[in-house]
Design a protein around this ligand. Structure first.
Ligand code: F3S
Length: 395
């Protein structure tokens, strides 16, 4: 791989953390056949929950910070294993919390912004069209590539951190325009009336196209939250990192679709996907915010539960940035008066949910529905927001 003089200097740095980061990126570049590095505008680090990385991860991050690792571009972190302030109310035990705090301290020492969220684009890290970034969270990668028009591969935890430190990443995969083209056409005949309908479409598509790049036709309109849910689901049931929606994210005629495999998502496929993702009944927990909720989603939840009382527990997951708006608007109070919790910094998958006594979790997210059984030992109810809440409101 060709390295610039600056990159040679980084590879030869007196700072061991910089040297290690650059060595890792060069190795990855060689593995993927990259000819050069590309400078990035931001990074997003994953693998920062104590549940995910355990003691070896704590030691790695603390060691890296001690060696002098510091980010050189704006870098946000993915969700942690707990709400940084309200972990006791979640039921997280003290030993877990202390380890998680050590991870967050190490990240802060490296100048990683510990506004830990999977929607950094709703919390202050918004790449521009065409900008190269090195993000790790699969749903955020999908959103950055597909909706924002930024360019990123799905980084692993160490490679995203190395990119954050050096300010560059190997130029391969989705950093190259020739790889940013559709592989399948998905004709959408089913009505898409809620974010969970988009998520069902994503879950169905991802399972079929795996790491392909689907091009959707027949979608009349899609909001930010719909696209967030669609991309997250495709990255969970498959490994889709880039998708296209005609008339929404791309104009008709932008790509040559002749000869691509064609799929049809009709009402029957949609119904089957809801059935496929629903494995339980009578939830003891409802989770919204996979990916982390926007203020509009929180507003919708608050309006439905206002003055009501929920039977099951409810977690509404979001970033600290979005929660501060929800606090000001009174949505947090409304949701918590109904028996829910508006939690920041964390999510069901990376928190020790399975140790908190829950067995059946309801969600409007197909990504959550795909992950909850394996990562959190849950059976799942998958439904749209309104139906989930109306069923959960106590008579
Ligand atoms: Fe975010 Fe956790 Fe879902 S990281 S996308 S809320 S699994």
């Amino acid at each position: 791989m060709h390295l610039t003089r600056e990159e040679e200097r980084l590879l030869d740095s007196d700072n061991p953390a910089v040297r290690k980061a650059m060595e890792l990126l060069v190795q990855l570049g060689d593995i993927y056949g990259a000819e050069e590095m590309v400078e990035i505008g931001s990074a997003q680090a994953s693998g920062i929950s104590y549940k995910s990385i355990g003691d070896p991860g704590v030691q790695f991050l603390e060691g890296f910070a001690e060696e002098g690792a510091t980010t050189s571009v704006p870098t946000y972190a993915n969700p942690a294993g707990m709400d940084i302030e309200r972990w006791r109310e979640m039921g997280v035990d003290e030993a877990f919390a202390r380890k998680q705090e050590r991870i967050l301290d190490a990240l802060r020492e490296m100048d990683v912004v510990t506004a830990t969220t999977c929607t950094p684009y709703l919390a202050g890290n918004l790449p521009r069209q065409g900008e190269h970034v090195a993000w790790a969270e699969s749903s955020a990668v999908s959103f950055a590539n597909s909706v924002l028009g930024a360019k990123t591969n799905r980084e692993g935890g160490p490679s995203a951190l190395s990119a954050a430190i050096t300010g560059r990443t190997p130029k391969h995969g989705l950093h190259l325009d020739e790889n940013r083209v559709p592989t399948h056409v998905v004709e959408v005949e089913a009505s898409l009336d809620s974010m969970s309908d988009f998520a069902a479409l994503g879950s169905w598509t991802g399972r079929i196209v795996e790491d392909g790049k689907p091009y959707f036709v027949g979608v009349d309109a899609a909001g930010t939250d719909d696209l967030k849910g669609l991309g997250a689901a495709m990255a969970a049931s498959g490994a889709v990192a880039l998708h296209f929606t005609e008339g929404v994210t791309v104009d008709e005629g932008d790509y040559d679709l002749a000869g691509l495999e064609r799929l049809t998502f009709d009402e029957a496929a949609k119904d089957e996907e809801y059935e496929e993702l629903t494995t339980g009944a009578d939830p003891d927990l409802i989770v919204f915010g996979c990916p982390h909720t926007s203020i509009e989603e929180i507003q919708e939840i608050a309006r439905i539960v206002e003055g009501e009382r929920l039977g099951p527990d409810m977690w509404v997951l979001t970033s600290a940035a979005v929660k501060s708006s929800a606090d000001r608007m009174g949505y947090t109070e409304t949701i918590e008066d109904a028996g829910g919790m508006l939690l920041t910094d964390t999510c069901h998958v990376v928190s020790p949910l399975e140790e908190l006594g829950y067995e059946v979790t309801a969600t409007n997210s197909a990504k959550a529905a795909n992950y909850l059984p394996g990562f959190c030992e849950q059976t799942v109810v998958f439904e749209n927001t309104r139906d989930l809440l109306e069923e959960a409101i106590e008579a």
